[in-house]
Design a binder for this molecule. Structure first.
Ligand SMILES: C[S@@+](CC[C@H](N)C(=O)[O-])C[C@H]1O[C@@H](n2cnc3c(N)ncnc32)[C@H](O)[C@@H]1O
Length: 460
């Protein structure tokens, strides 16, 4: 086996020596790979005429590295060879590398080949060809062909094209407010009213983060919907408004779990509704980009015992585990901008002070005890709110909870130097939040508790 040093030397005084060595060792894959992987940068006058033969190898690693080295030669004479690999090789990685090599040539002769590759049915190959073609964006034919891919069946391809050709026009003029700021009339305000009606009064891109737990269909007393379909429709309407009022590229964390509606008699069975899974398609459809699923895990002793019956009879099919989890589905408002863009909007002091300290949760399973409240039957534990707010917002941001209940999101946001905006329809819960006011330190910006009409007036 040749050492790296030896390969380096042979590469410099190039007189066909590799050709000879490769020929002598043509059945020794390890030997060939060692050369191919260690060739590094190639001198301008490097004789690569021995490389194309290796594309016949059955070993895909050898073909991959051969393509990579052919690419480094940046020699238009190999364009057809690379095209052939890009279209016909049986391995996607090898094909992709061939398209990438063609793209790296940055040679106008490659345009025709890359345009042909756009018709490939592997989206990864198409994306690679797009990358190579983008440098020729000013060429009319390339421009038109790329732009037409906005109707491509693959979503990744469409996203790239959207970002390159359509994004700028579409995001302009939504708001004049700087990304890090929020309107004073929303800061530390609780509105007693239907969240949709309240949100309709808000400007586009008003809030930085939304964390909420909606009503559990008809599983609790405060929520009565004519049907599950109506319920999902209602949630979809709420989250569409949340989408509109969320700032570009910011997050929405939705806490839900499958619920159970008990059976009406022993002759009937109970029904389970998988809310997180049913609402998800609506969210994606309206533009929310799915980011993560976090599981909130509670101690078994804290949840209703469902497994008791099975414990006794042990008959298959009758198994009903104790459900100790809920979901926190994390979504981001779609944008062509990277997260870095969002972060860069803040000054260094805010970024520094908002940094999450050691001891943060490293997995997507959050073990947190539930919280019980004498007035509200479904309150968030403060620890859950703390994590969401610390991980998904900066100090000074505006955090929104459309279904605020007892106001845990608001209280926690305040304690973490964020502002909050809450809506709650139920008078009792609204008054409950109001009654707790004196217990909290609403010093700098006292909380305002407003009716819908009062709130409307503050906006004017
Ligand atoms: C699951 S609870 C939220 C509890 C809250 N996370 C807490 O920590 O206290 C859902 C709340 O949404 C409220 N709600 C239901 N429909 C509403 C609507 N259309 N507008 C505003 N609030 C609503 C209910 O009254 C209930 O208090």
């Amino acid at each position: 086996m040749l050492s790296k040093q030896k390969i380096k030397e042979l590469k410099k005084d190039n007189n066909g020596v590799f050709k000879q060595l490769v020929f002598e060792n043509k059945r020794n894959n390890a030997y060939l790979l060692n050369i191919l992987e260690n060739l590094g940068q190639l001198p301008k006058d490097f004789d690569g005429s021995w490389l194309p033969d290796l594309l016949e190898s059955k070993n895909k690693q050898i073909r991959f590295w051969t393509v990579k080295n052919l690419g480094k030669l940046n020699n238009g004479n190999y364009l057809n060879t690379l095209k052939n690999v890009a279209i016909n090789d049986i391995d996607t990685t090898v094909r992709r590398e061939a398209v990438s090599s063609i793209g790296r040539m940055r040679n106008p002769n490659t345009k025709k080949v890359l345009l042909e590759i756009l018709k490939d049915n592997d989206p990864k190959i198409v994306s690679q060809a797009i990358r190579g073609l983008l440098i020729f964006k000013s060429d009319n034919e390339v421009y038109e062909q790329l732009k037409s891919l906005i109707n491509h069946p693959n979503e990744m391809v469409r996203t790239v094209i959207y970002k390159e050709f359509f994004a700028e026009q579409s995001i302009k003029s939504k708001t004049n407010q700087p990304h890090t700021e929020s309107y004073d009339y929303l800061k530390n305000v609780v509105v007693n009213g239907d969240t949709i009606e309240v949100m309709k009064l808000l400007k586009d891109e008003s809030v930085h983060l939304t964390f909420t737990s909606p009503p559990y269909y008809n599983a609790r007393d405060y929520s009565i919907y004519p049907s599950y379909k109506d319920y999902l429709g209602f949630l979809a309407e709420v989250f569409k408004e949340v989408y509109r009022i969320t700032k570009e590229g910011r997050f929405f964390i939705l806490n839900t779990s499958p619920i159970i509606i008990p059976r009406i008699s022993r002759q009937h069975s109970s029904k389970r509704y998988p809310i997180p899974f049913d609402i998800h398609p609506f969210l994606v459809e309206m533009g929310w980009e799915f980011i993560d699923d976090i599981v909130w895990m509670k101690p078994e002793a804290s949840v209703k015992n469902r497994v008791g019956g099975f414990q006794q009879h042990r008959k298959p099919l009758g198994y009903k585990p104790n459900t100790i989890t809920e979901y926190l589905m994390v979504y981001r408002k779609s944008t062509e901008k990277l997260l870095d863009w969002n972060i860069r909007q803040y000054d260094w002091k805010t970024v520094k002070e908002s940094k999450v300290k050691d001891g943060f949760e490293t997995t997507n399973v959050w073990k947190i005890d539930p919280c019980f409240d004498k007035i509200h039957s479904a309150v968030f534990p403060v620890e859950l709110c703390k994590r969401v707010i610390k991980y998904y917002s900066f100090m000074g941001d505006l955090v929104f909870d459309p279904f605020s209940g007892s106001g845990t999101v608001g209280k926690t946001a305040k304690s973490l130097d964020r502002y909050f905006f809450l809506t709650e329809k139920d008078d009792n819960y609204f008054n409950y939040m109001k009654s707790k006011k004196s217990n909290e330190m609403f010093d700098k910006r006292p909380t305002k508790f407003l009716s819908l009409t009062e709130f409307q007036q503050t906006i004017k």
